[in-house]
Design a binder for this molecule. Structure first.
Ligand SMILES: [Zn+2]
Length: 336
């Protein structure tokens, strides 16, 4: 006991001493600025941070949080950003929430399966209609979310009308919990397509940008990734956080896209509707389940390759996740 007490005193003394020397003005007495947060670095590595970061320990304003392949701006107080990047060999998530008092909370840091290689990978796990696994994230769509699609960004291999249809059906697959297992009801929240836009998704080459409040789906360049989703939400201290907007960017430079994955003519085309159904799961607040043990679910982090469409339909766990998050009674809205 005595030794512990002495150690504690020494620790406190040394912590306050370093804190003062690093940043005298902003650090409060006894609060040391974390090494990862030293001023002058525009990017902070999420793996160097604790899950909860007090504002005085990390002057975070205007900087970016990086977690492997995924990166995000720091949201304003009271807001959060969920970032996900989907690659052919896996995907990664990062959730950065900033409470009203400035405290930052991180989730999904470094925990995604990125290692699976195309050769070593084979889909494994129970049949999708019996696998009950899901990951519930902190946010949901409160009653409705409006979005637009930048039709002019559609790659040459797709007809505009086919691309629009795939984008809309992907959202409907989640809202209507479309599945081959005779499960579930629809989600009592709506995803409403407002038509074409000249705007683009708030998704940089490798980072979630600041939200402009608009939800946009657009094609563009993404290093190595098939698609990336940034879902912006308002923190609700007494329930699910509330989605304000959700942007999806699809890589048109490095991948070929199709809306007819089972056609004989499909060579290396990735099914737009399948990829976007997975991404819309993230808009509605589902996270990833482990690929090794739940590979057949739509929310597993690996899409099962070109020229297939299994992710267009949800599995049991995907449906259960939505049902738990969107109970019919509590949302105050029903469909006819
Ligand atoms: Zn994902």
């Amino acid at each position: 006991m005595k030794l512990l007490a002495v150690l504690a005193v020494v620790l406190v003394l040394s912590i306050s001493a370093t804190g003062m020397s690093i940043q005298e003005s902003s650090a409060q007495p006894g609060a040391r600025v974390l090494d990862a947060c030293e001023p002058g670095k525009p990017e902070i590595d999420a793996t160097d941070l604790p899950e909860v970061v007090a504002p005085e320990r990390c002057p975070i304003e205007g900087r970016q949080i990086v977690d492997g392949a995924v990166k995000s701006v720091v949201p304003p107080p009271g807001k959060g950003v969920y970032a996900e990047v989907l690659t052919p060999s896996g995907s990664q998530e990062l959730d950065v929430a900033r409470r009203a008092d400035g405290t930052v909370e991180l989730d999904h840091v470094g925990d995604d399966s990125q290692e699976a290689t195309a050769e070593a990978r084979s889909v494994s796990g129970p049949d999708p209609c019996s696998d009950p696994a899901y990951k519930d994230d902190s946010f949901r769509v409160t009653s409705e979310l409006h979005y637009r699609f930048n039709i002019s960004t559609t790659p040459r291999e797709l007809k505009h009308v086919q691309a629009v249809r795939a984008v809309r059906r992907a959202g409907a697959n989640v809202v209507r919990t479309r599945n081959p297992c005779h499960l579930g009801d629809q989600v009592p929240a709506e995803l409403i397509y407002d038509g074409n836009t000249s705007g683009v998704a708030n998704v940089g080459d490798d980072s979630c940008l600041e939200s402009d409040g608009e939800s946009v789906v657009s094609f563009g360049d993404l290093p190595k990734a098939l698609a990336k989703t940034c879902t912006y939400y308002k923190i609700n201290p007494s329930g699910y956080d509330e989605v304000g907007s959700s942007d999806v960017k699809i890589n048109r430079r490095d991948f070929r896209w199709t809306t007819r994955p089972r056609a004989r003519s499909c060579k290396r085309g990735w099914d737009l509707q399948s990829v976007l159904t997975h991404e819309r799961g993230h808009t509605f607040g589902l996270g990833h389940v482990p690929e090794e043990s739940h590979g057949w679910l739509t929310m597993s982090p690996v899409i099962n390759g070109p020229c297939q469409k299994s992710e267009r339909t949800l599995g049991r766990g995907d449906v259960l996740g939505l049902e738990g998050k969107y109970p019919q009674a509590s949302m105050g809205q029903t469909h006819s």
